[in-house]
Design a protein around this ligand. Sequence first.
Ligand SMILES: NC(=O)c1ccc[n+]([C@@H]2O[C@H](COP(=O)([O-])OP(=O)(O)OC[C@H]3O[C@@H](n4cnc5c(N)ncnc54)[C@H](OP(=O)(O)O)[C@@H]3O)[C@@H](O)[C@H]2O)c1
Length: 218
Amino acid sequence: MKIAILGGTGSIGEGFALRWAEKHEISLCSREVGKAKTAADEYRETLLSKGMVCCGITGCTNEVGIKDVDVVVLSVPYQGVVELLKTLRPHFKDQIVISLVVPMKKNRWFEYTPPKQGSAALEIRDILPKSVKVVSAYHNISAKKLANPALVLDYDVVICGDDEDAKKVVMELTRDIKNLRPLDGGDLGCSSMIESLTPFLINLAIRNGLSDLGVKFI
Ligand SMILES: NC(=O)c1ccc[n+]([C@@H]2O[C@H](COP(=O)([O-])OP(=O)(O)OC[C@H]3O[C@@H](n4cnc5c(N)ncnc54)[C@H](OP(=O)(O)O)[C@@H]3O)[C@@H](O)[C@H]2O)c1
């Protein structure tokens, strides 16, 4: 599968590139092509130095990356994603777009700050062409843990979306990351519930002296 990771130069984008490059072709995307190429070289080196397979990680701009891929991962902060997607809109066709975007701010504690649509995923769906299938997932996965390919992630990933086939694809991609268990969280309207868990988990970690908490339903 061909996967473009927008903002792939950042914290959680690195983890997805390292985890999926063993099986998939990755377009590592940035607003700056030089930054993308440097990060792609670095991630490829990391995999090879660990003796892991790398199907390919290519650095490119966000615009170039989304053309001719099956899946686009929005690994960009909420504060930048709306403007970015408005600019990129003409380049989208019928890709699956994965939103892991969490709108939140820090006052005394972290707070979920959804847009008027109710969640980041619904706002993103409104911006993109109707032919694009938006799926919401990975909001509660720690970037630090994801970026260590040797680490087994014994967590659940709740996946929300309106297109059942697109959701199945994201479930398969989730199974490609060792021990992650995909769970069907319902339609895209349910995304707010899982997005809002992220600031809750961060506050829980701070209050209890923990770090990088994830979710497992038992
Ligand atoms: N970090 C986590 O543990 C975690 C966990 C779950 C979900 N998430 C979600 O994943 C997304 C990415 O998080 P992150 O921690 O990886 O973010 P990040 O490291 O702060 O940023 C990721 C990348 O986004 C691009 N970017 C930054 N500001 C931008 C702007 N205004 N417009 C366009 N692109 C911009 C940058 O790439 P270029 O400069 O190369 O363009 C940057 O490297 C967020 O929506 C977050 O809510 C994060």
